[in-house]
Design a binder for this molecule. Structure first.
Ligand code: C5P
Length: 221
């Protein structure tokens, strides 16, 4: 681990879940705690980077020295990331972005009318933020190094390799084992063009530091 290995670099990180409104008081979200992404933002800052953290709704303190942009929905997250990615050197997508959102959010609270009828929700697909940023001119030119995450319940290596190709990113990080949601430790699998490398179980901060050091080496090399 080289201290200040990312000095002078701009790092953009997404973290946490997104929240997709159904009406002004309800919505759909997921159990992402944001801990991994916040640890990565902290580790990147420790390594000397200028860090922007785009965070979905989570109750975590902002790591010292990190610029935080709070967002709610996937579309908000994309809108925050697109301009920030224009000047970033690294994009690390750890957010658990909701795949779908209600096709239309009601601007008034949907009332229970006593008839026993339930609202029928239909969904539309959310934008894929990582894919969009990875397809940007800056990333395609090789000026923006994009890193994706994958949480899979089975066949992690095969799924991570397929996801790496589908997202068009050089590095895809898999969470090994049962859902790491909310836990303080994790175990990671780094999947790149050359193959697979495991980071054994450790605290999320320890893993974040290892991942940041790994990214810094890739950028130097
Ligand atoms: O497709 P899937 O959700 O499994 O991909 C996970 C990776 O893609 C993560 O890096 C996540 O942050 C990113 N992602 C995204 N926008 C989405 C869905 C996933 O940036 N709409």
């Amino acid at each position: 681990f080289q201290p200040k290995s990312l000095r002078g670099r701009r790092v953009l990180v997404t973290a946490g879940p997104t929240f997709e409104a159904i009406d002004p008081v309800r919505g759909i979200t997921n159990h992402s705690s944001g801990k991994m992404g916040f640890a990565i933002a902290r580790a990147a800052r420790e390594a000397g980077a200028d860090v922007t953290l785009v965070a979905g709704p989570v109750h975590l303190p902002t790591p010292r020295g990190v610029r935080r942009l709070n967002v709610v929905s996937a579309r908000d997250m994309l809108a925050a990331c697109e301009p920030a990615a224009q000047s970033a050197d690294v994009f690390i997508a750890t957010a658990a972005v909701a795949d779908w959102r209600p096709a239309s959010a009601s601007d008034q609270k949907i009332k229970k009318d006593g008839s026993g009828q339930t609202p029928q929700l239909s969904f539309v697909e959310n934008p894929d933020i990582l894919h969009a940023v990875a397809q940007s001119e800056r990333a395609q030119r090789g000026d923006l190094f994009c890193v994706g995450f994958a949480a899979e319940s089975h066949d992690l290596v095969a799924h991570a390799q397929a996801k790496r190709a589908r997202k068009g990113v050089p590095l895809l990080v898999g969470n090994i084992g049962p859902a790491a949601f909310g836990q303080d430790d994790n175990q990671l699998l780094l999947v790149d063009e050359a193959g697979v490398h495991e980071l054994p179980r450790a605290s999320k901060l320890n893993l974040a530091r290892q991942l940041v050091a790994d990214i810094a080496r890739r950028m130097a090399g």
